[in-house]
Design a protein around this ligand. Structure first.
Ligand code: WTA
Length: 658
């Protein structure tokens, strides 16, 4: 295909917008792992048998006696009685099969440095790290915090934890140290693995120094293990801090992979819900491994011997856990790991990376696609992307135009796209096209994977065969969350109360079309999705009102062309406060409390917020205001005058911006 850009591309995409669905290319179907729709019926006829069959792809030290124990609903147990070691399955197994020299990761740094990480290297490093952690007093069941940038050591640290049965609690590098402190305290982490400094667009952030300022003394935290990645000064606290390289060099290179119960906790990952307090989503070992290994293989049609896979997420989010670390490694795949941002050192760096490593399967987020789209097709057009054979999208709804741009400009019009819907809680992809099997509609996640049962229901929980409603999952799946750490009641309340313990309430609205295909519309709760980063309005509000000059705040989401949603904060300053420069102060404060990605895009000052008679802030009206829409029903407002005042304020602001 000739590479289009500018107006010619616009016209081409416009014509394609009329095409209702895109079947996979015949050449793909001919070679696909799955091209027979019988897989759906087969799984439906015997879901337990289906998952059991796929569980056999892994190495179990002891076989399970029961596939699923669902007697204590909604707390499921999978592969009951089975024993397994996650790190053995990710690493040792491939080395023992003679694939030690296979590349696990082509790592590329921000400044173009490269490291080739083989399975044999991982094997040695993981064992050394496991022994180093053991010698620091970490044992099975102890939580280990990990706050690292996108460097191979993050994988080593995670797998070392898995090897010794210490659940990891990874915090995304974009979170502030305050957020790290909270998560460490909350999970009683005994050890934190962190880094001297992290590189962000050519600058070095002194991570360890910031950690030291904020961490203080946490009662459970005995040690901090520090990876050296940059040359930034790195203070070490004597008796507490240990240098990673020194510890690994001193450690025994052999650490047995102890088999753990299938339900032994593998990790906790904090995720935003409707309240200000993030939830510690707990995943266990056997089922999660089965779910991620299975989906990596069949959703991405992965051939570990020949494919190069690249998931561009950060390892600190569930997408990174499942599709950078566990899923690909369980399959013995070769992946790309890139340290930096898509626009550093230049806006073609991703495409240059795809050309350089011959990436075959590329998995990214709509927000990134939209950003690249706004930079123009000229960037990707400079590179040879013909190695690509499959594209994936995750994290937020993808608008048809971005989907088509991805398909045409990146995929050369020749790669199936899998729009994969899932969550931190589901652990694994749940709704997605199967690339050799499903004709994909732009912007549609299509249907539940074989073995998964998803439905769209009305407010009473009755299935809708066509139309809009709430997305639910009707039966357990292996990778599902097992509980919310330390708060099992919240697990029940959040997901299993509304429609009972047989029905998992996802928290997303969805539309089912006449063909039975599912379109995910977005959250129904106060969770917002900024660039695929999940945040709760309450979390951001709580950070804003933590600022001494703020009396009250309400945060809503506004649609955004690039980031999907953007944060708009309505803020009432403390009386008599000068709001000059307060904008910036508040943004900085949010960056400190949560992370830069949570900073409001717009702050609107207001003397009052619209509330119901019972004092609840009417976010619906604020959303209307932020979007410049006609206001909806205002009859329940306690003080209707507030709306008039707000409207005037916004009109005045719009004038001044003109
Ligand atoms: C949204 C990320 C539409 C959704 C893996 C979900 C999506 C939330 C898609 C989970 C998709 C994820 N289409 N929306 N393909 N994938 N979402 O926990 O609202 O960070 O509930 O997991 O992202 O976000 P989380």
């Amino acid at each position: 295909m000739t590479k289009l850009a500018g107006t010619a591309l616009e016209q081409h995409l416009k014509a394609l917008l009329e095409v209702p669905s895109f079947p996979p290319p015949q050449s793909f179907v001919d070679n696909a792992l799955w091209s027979d729709p019988a897989v759906y019926a087969e799984a439906e006829a015997d879901p337990d048998g289906w998952w059991e069959r796929h569980a056999r792809a892994l190495h179990w030290d002891t076989a399970w006696d029961t596939v699923l124990d669902w007697s204590d609903k909604p707390f499921a147990k999978w592969f009951v009685g089975g024993k397994i070691n996650a790190s053995y399955n990710c690493v040792d197994r491939h080395v023992e099969a003679g694939n030690g020299d296979r590349v696990a990761f082509h790592w590329r740094g921000e400044e173009g440095e490269e490291r080739t990480i083989t399975y044999a290297w991982l094997h040695e490093q993981v064992q050394r790290a496991a022994n180093a952690m053991t010698s620091l007093g970490v044992g099975a069941g102890d939580v280990v915090g990990i706050y690292l940038p996108m460097i191979p050591e993050v994988v080593v640290a995670m797998l070392a934890c898995a090897r010794i049965g210490a659940p990891h609690n990874v915090v995304f590098g974009g979170f502030s140290v305050e957020a790290v402190r909270e998560r460490m305290e909350e999970s009683d982490a005994k050890l934190l693995v962190t880094v001297d400094g992290a590189r962000r667009r050519g600058k070095t952030v002194p991570v360890k120094r910031e950690v030291d300022h904020t961490l203080g003394t946490l009662p459970a935290m005995d040690h901090v293990l520090v990876v050296r990645h940059t040359d930034v000064p790195c203070p070490m606290v004597s008796g507490r801090d240990v240098d990673w390289d020194t510890a690994l060099a001193a450690a025994d290179p052999v650490a047995p992979a102890t088999p753990f119960d299938a339900e032994h906790p593998l990790f906790i990952l904090y995720s935003s819900g409707s309240t200000a307090k993030p939830k510690g989503i707990l995943h266990t070992t056997g089922g999660y491994l089965v779910g991620t290994a299975f989906t990596t293989k069949y959703v991405f049609d992965l051939r570990p011997e020949s494919d190069v896979f690249w998931c561009s997420a950060d390892v600190g989010w569930i997408t990174g856990h499942s599709y950078i670390v566990y899923g690909p490694l369980l399959n013995g795949a070769t992946s790309v790991m890139y340290e930096g941002a898509p626009d550093y050192p230049h806006r073609g760096i991703w495409w240059e990376t795809i050309e350089r490593y011959g990436v075959n399967i590329f998995y990214t987020a709509p927000t990134a696609i939209r950003a690249c789209m706004s930079w123009g097709a000229e960037e990707p057009n400079k590179f040879d992307l013909s190695s690509l054979r499959l594209l994936g999208s995750v994290g937020e709804p993808i608008n048809p135009k971005a989907w088509l741009w991805y398909r045409e400009v990146i995929g050369g019009g020749n790669c199936p796209i899998v729009d994969t819907w899932w969550q931190t809680e589901t652990g694994q992809i749940m709704i997605s096209p199967i690339p050799g099997l499903t004709a994909a509609k732009p912007g549609c996640a299509m249907r539940a994977l074989p073995g998964v049962r998803a439905e769209v229901v009305d407010n009473d929980g009755n299935p809708i065969s066509e139309g809009q409603g709430l997305l639910v999952l009707r039966r357990p799946w292996p990778g599902m969350l097992r509980t919310i750490f330390k708060d099992p009641d919240r697990m029940i309340r959040t997901y299993w109360e509304r429609f009972g313990v047989d029905t998992y309430l996802v928290g997303d609205a969805a539309r089912i079309d006449a063909d039975g295909d599912m379109w995910i519309l977005g959250r129904i709760d106060d969770v917002i999705n900024v660039s695929g980063h999940r945040l709760s309005t309450a979390e951001v509000e709580s950070a804003i009102v933590g600022h001494p000059k703020v009396a009250e705040s309400a945060v809503v989401a506004q649609d955004d062309d690039i980031t999907g949603q953007a944060i708009v904060a309505f803020v009432t300053p403390v009386e008599g406060t000068d709001t000059e420069r307060l904008d910036q102060e508040i943004r900085d404060h949010v960056a400190e409390q949560i992370g830069k990605f949570a900073r409001p895009k717009r702050i609107i000052w207001t003397a009052d917020l619209p509330k119901t008679r019972s004092g609840k802030i009417m976010r619906r009206l604020l959303r209307d205001i932020a979007a410049g829409r006609e206001l909806g029903d205002v009859t329940t407002l306690r003080d209707p005058a507030v709306m008039g005042a707000l409207r005037e304020l916004i009109a005045a602001r719009a004038d001044s911006e003109d």
